[in-house]
Structures are given as C-alpha cells and as structure tokens.
Design a protein around this ligand. Structure first.
Ligand SMILES: [Fe+2]
Ligand SMILES: [Fe+2]
Length: 670
C-alpha cells in the first residue's frame, strides 16, 4: 500500500505528521497523540510520501518520523525538507542501536530524537510538546527580530525625515532672519512651505495696506515660480471677500479645505477667476495666516493640491507637518515685519540723505544740481566698471550694495559746504561779498568826482573874489578835468580787474597798485579810492577767490569728513566717509585735505573724484565762468590724468564709453 493511509481530521490546532513504514507503529503513535486532544494527526509510510504531503499542505506543524524506511529514509527526507526551506520541528525515532543515525539526523536538521522502547508512549508526547514549544519560542524570537528590524528601519526613516525638517527649518530660519529683499523673502517662505507640506503649489499673500496681494507663487507640478506681484498678476483680495485666503486672514486661524467645490460660504466664481489668472486649478487647500505677536496679520500662506491625475481623487495636503507649517508661518511673519521695518528705516535714511543733498544744492543757486549730477555720473561710471569685459576692470565687480555705497557717498561728498559762507560759494566777481562791492566803489568815485567839482567851484569863486587873473581860474578848470579823467580811467581799471575771467598781468597789477596808492585831498582830508580789502580782492591773479577764501572753500571737505564720521553708518555703507571725504585728493598726493597717497585712494573714491571734476568743469552755471566746451573740459581732465591727479584707467573707461557725451547734456548747460 503506497501513499498515506489515514486522514483523521480533528479540529485541533496543530497538525502532526507521523512517518513510519510499519502500519502498527503509525496507528500506535497516532492514537497516543490524538489522545492528548491537542493534535490533529496524519501519517505516511515513507520519507517520500511525507515529503509530498508537506509540499501540498503548508499546515503540517510537526513531523514524528522513523529513520529506516523503504523508498526514502528518514535522513534523506529531513535533508530534502530542510533543503526546501520547510522548518517544522522534526522528532526522529530510532532503535537503541541506531544512536549514530539519530545524531546524523540531528545534524541534518531534526530537532529531537526518541528511542523506540517501551517508554515511547510517554516520551513521544513530551518530545512533541518540547519541540513545538521550542519552535514557538523560535518563531516568537524571529518575529520580534523582524519587528525590531522594521522598527529600526522606520525609526531611521523618521530620524532622517526629522533631520531633513530640522535642516530645512534651520536654513529657513537663517534665510528669514537675513533676507532683506522682498522677492527673495517670498521665495524662501513659499518654497519651504511647499516642500514641507508636499503641496502641488503654494501662494504667498502679503497684507499691504488693507488688501491681500499675491507676491509669491511656486507651482511644482507646472514648474512655475514667480516672486513678484506684477509677474503673478492675481487680483488683490479684500479680507471681506468670500475667498478661502480672505477668510483665513479674517479669522486669523489656520484652515483646512478638503474640497473647495464643497466648501460653504465661498464665492467659487472668484476662486476660479483667481486660479485661472495664475493658470492653476486647486481642489484641496491648507491656509496658514502669518501673524506677528499673534494678532498683527502680515499675510497668508496658501498651500494647494490639485486632483490626482491617475486616480481622479482630490489629494489632501500633508497635515502631518501642520505644527511645522505653523511655526514656519510664525517665523515668516517675524521676517516680513523685520523686512518692513528695515525698508522703512532705509527709506528714512534715503530721504534724510536726499534732503541733505538738496539742502547743499539749494544753498547756492550757482552750483544747483551739482550734487545730484555727481551722484548720477559716479553711479554710471561704476556701472561701466561692472560692465567692462576687457581692460583694467575686467575682474572688478561692484555688488548692488557697493553701488549704493558709491551713490550715497556722491550724494554726501559736499555736505561740508553747509558751513561754507554763501558769499564765498556764490562769489561771482572778485569784489563780491553779500553784494558786488564794485557798486560801492563806483558810488565812491561819483562822490569823489562831485566833491572834487564842488571843491574846484569853491576855489574858483575864492580866486574871482580875490580878483585873481583869469588864467589862474582856467587852470583850476583844467586841473578838475584832469582829475575827473583820471577817475574815469581808474574806475575803468577797477571794473576790468573785477572780472574774474581777466588774468591780472604784472602790468595790470601795477596799474591797480597806482589806483590803490592814490590819495585824493578833499576839504583837507586824504581820501583813498580803494580799501585794503578791495585791493586784495582785485589783485587776485586768476578767478575770483582770494587765498583766504580758497582755504575756507576747501575746508568744506574737512567738514564733510567730520560730519560723516559722526553718522553711525550701517555695515554696507561704512565706507561712505572715506569715499566722500577723498573727492579732492589726488593720486600724486597733492590733493586736499589729507594729501593722501595713491595707495590710500580706493577705486570708489577715485570714481567720486572724477565725477566731481567732470561735473564742475561742464556745469554752465558756475559764477566765474561760462559753460566750458566739452572738448576743453576733456582736455583739462586729460592733463589731470597726465599730472597724476585722477585715475587713468577710470578716465579711459569714461572716454571709451562716451560718458562725457551722455552725461554733459544733463545739466542746465547745453
Ligand atoms: Fe567738493
Ligand atoms: Fe563737489
């Protein structure tokens, strides 16, 4: 009889397979096991049948097997079972004289062995129970190990995720605290929010006055990101409108909208109109208001998911990180608030600088516009340095902040002129103080002429009364005519000398000296035609400024340095006093006020110096000269380069980029 001969099925938990080639032994063992009422028993008469049964029935929980059997013996069966990955406990039975076989069976994967003796009735039950208990413990252990392994993998994943979030929050924190540029701030906030929430897209709404303005958009699924309101082109929202963003702003509470189409109290036409403007199609959303101090609304972060393209289901925002998103909103609110304060301070500072610059410009109508033009020229020259792709400046690039530092330095370069007396700033002629003193001198000359005439008349009357000869009287007339002629000549000399464009040659100076030395006797008093100060001023060889006035004029740079050093400039503007205070320094060390050497003059200072010189030369409204032809101005600058007063490379760039043609037309002059 082949195969298995009994299928006794009981509602027992564990199925035991008894393998023995002797029918009686199989029956005997089956009965013993069934009697415990713990087992369901099936049997097989050789190793091969047992193997086949095990392959068909995964429910066999234990095997009790003989060793010596036909077809396939116990040892070979054990090897095949273990080879096939089957791990049920196997208890082998052997005779007293077959211990070696039993040991071989244990080595091949059997779990226990029994000696077929008179005690088998008891030992088989014990052996089966022990083997099953051991298997249970092993299974439990394995399960525990697997659980532990799974837990460790999960833990690893969680730690990794936590690390990513912490890293992202750290980057965010740093970026938020340092970002001063509103577009970049919008980018930092919205890109972190989108990545942390895993949303399809995110929108950043900022509270501006009483409207919510969309200033940031990142649509991952569309590959679109925009960080300025104009580019996004969404209409602004009032908090009273029936839009989820406005409602979240009004309630100042985070809000989850699982499906916008089913959300009550929403104006769907408005929602769709706004979505369409940005090319979006949102379904579920999560809204986080950004509140400063818990109540001051800075804006709203809107995170949106669209439909899942594959399943057609609405994908929900990952709210596992709700807490993190809310903390992001908190940090964002603080950053936006700081940025607003920073911009307000910057605007305030800019306004103060502009007021100071225009105060100087306004102070003297004759130099009006100088400051703003110098700032313009300096910035354009610095931009040309940045654009240079060959030559000396190919590797020089000013940052936006550095360009601004140059602009502020140029706007403040002459701030010291606030203390320069106006009559020196505006001195148009040599005699000018608060008024042109030529008029006083002319008045004096008229008085002297009239007094001489009156004196002559009185003399004539006296001579006639004394009966003096006619010739003597006529002599008086001739003398008066002579004196009046000389006065005419003298005032002519003075008028000519008062013109600052007139160069005072030695000859002219000698003639002026004669006028100055002249004493006219009037009614017994010696009268002078010129005071000492008038003579000093008229003696100026070139221009209208006396050496003393020149010193006062030049003093403006020292005042500029002194004033600017009192301003606690921010880090990015800390060099303003250096760049502004050096605008009259020269590379050859002959400038003023500090006679700085070339090595002490940064490029920025040289830029301001060139801008100042060019503006001064080409301005048409200087008191002591007419608008200088551009060619002449350029040739003066050319000689300033030759004399090592201004930077050659900068001037070459200035010429090459034709800044003189572009910039000279900006003033009041042609
Ligand atoms: Fe100056
Ligand atoms: Fe200047």
């Amino acid at each position: 009889m082949g195969g298995f001969d009994s299928h006794r099925v009981y509602a027992k938990v564990i199925k035991v397979l008894v393998v023995d080639d002797e029918f009686l032994v199989r029956e005997f063992l089956s009965d013993i096991l069934l009697a415990t009422e713990k087992y369901q028993v099936i049997s097989a008469d050789n190793g091969q049948t047992a193997l086949d049964l095990c392959r068909q029935d995964a429910g066999i929980g234990l095997i009790v097997s003989d060793m010596n059997m036909p077809v396939k013996d116990g040892l070979s069966m054990i090897k095949d079972l273990r080879g096939a990955g089957m791990d049920m406990p196997i208890v082998v039975m052997s005779g007293n004289n077959e211990i070696a076989i039993a040991i071989a069976a244990l080595n091949s994967g059997a779990n226990d062995y029994l000696i077929k003796d008179e005690n088998i009735q008891d030992t088989v039950v014990l052996a089966v129970e022990k083997a099953l208990e051991k298997k249970r413990i092993e299974d439990d252990n394995r399960q525990l190990q697997e659980l532990q392994k799974r837990f460790l993998v999960e833990l690893d994943g969680m730690v990794h995720e936590l690390e990513t979030v912490v890293e992202r929050m750290t980057v965010l924190g740093t970026a938020l605290s340092s970002e001063r540029h509103s577009n970049r701030l919008a980018e930092v906030i919205i890109s972190h929010a989108v990545h942390l929430s895993g949303a399809d897209y995110g929108l950043l709404w900022m509270m501006e006055k009483d409207k919510l303005v969309c200033t940031g958009l990142q649509a991952l699924s569309l590959g679109v990101s925009k960080y300025n309101a104009e580019g996004i082109g969404m209409e602004n929202l009032a908090v009273s409108q029936l839009h989820p963003v406005a409602l979240a702003a009004l309630n100042k509470q985070p809000a989850q909208v699982p499906d916008i189409a089913e959300q009550p109290g929403i104006d769907m036409t408005l929602v769709r109109r706004l979505d369409a403007a940005a090319g979006l199609n949102g379904r579920s959303m999560y809204l986080v208001p950004m509140l400063h101090h818990g109540h001051d609304l800075m804006g709203v972060i809107q995170l949106v998911n669209t439909l899942d393209a594959d399943t057609g289901r609405i994908r929900q925002i990952n709210l596992k990180r709700k807490g993190i998103l809310e903390s992001l909103a908190l940090q964002a609110a603080l950053a936006i608030r700081n940025q607003k304060l920073f911009h307000e301070m910057e605007n305030l500072f800019e306004a103060v600088v502009q007021v100071m610059a225009s105060a100087i410009d306004e102070k003297s109508p004759v130099t009006k516009g100088h400051i703003s033009r110098v700032a313009q020229i300096a910035v354009e020259l610095a931009q040309e340095v940045n654009a240079a792709n060959e030559g000396a400046f190919v590797e020089t690039r000013f940052t936006e902040d550095e360009l601004d530092e140059i602009r502020i330095a140029a706007l403040l370069h002459d701030v010291g002129k606030i203390t320069t007396p106006e009559h020196i700033l505006e001195k148009g002629t040599k005699l000018e103080k608060l008024l042109d003193r030529l008029e006083l001198i002319e008045e004096r000359f008229r008085y002297v002429g009239a007094a001489l005439t009156a004196q002559c008349m009185a003399e004539k009357i006296r001579l006639m009364e004394e009966g003096a000869p006619e010739a003597a009287v006529a002599g008086l007339d001739e003398k008066l005519r002579q004196q009046l002629r000389e006065l005419q000549d003298d005032i002519g000399i003075i008028r000519a000398a008062n013109n600052p464009e007139e160069f005072m040659s030695d000859e002219k100076l000698a003639r002026l000296q004669q006028v100055y030395a002249k004493r006219i006797s009037l009614n017994g008093d010696e009268t002078r035609l010129l005071t000492d100060d008038e003579f000093t001023n008229l003696s100026i060889r070139r221009g209208s400024i006396t050496p003393a006035e020149l010193a006062i004029m030049r003093n403006h740079v020292e005042v500029t340095i002194r004033l600017l050093n009192q301003i606690p400039f921010t880090e990015k503007l800390k060099n303003v006093p250096i760049y502004a205070g050096g605008h009259h320094e020269k590379l050859n060390g002959q400038g003023y006020p500090q006679k700085l050497a070339e090595s002490q003059l940064p490029l920025q200072t040289r830029i301001v110096a060139i801008a100042d010189l060019f503006e001064a030369l080409t301005a048409s409204d200087r008191p002591y000269k007419k608008s200088m032809p551009l060619a002449k101005a350029m040739s003066i600058m050319e000689s300033a380069v030759e004399n090592e007063e201004i930077d050659r490379n900068l001037f070459e760039l200035f010429k090459k980029q034709k800044l003189h043609e572009r910039l000279s037309g900006r003033g009041q002059h042609p």
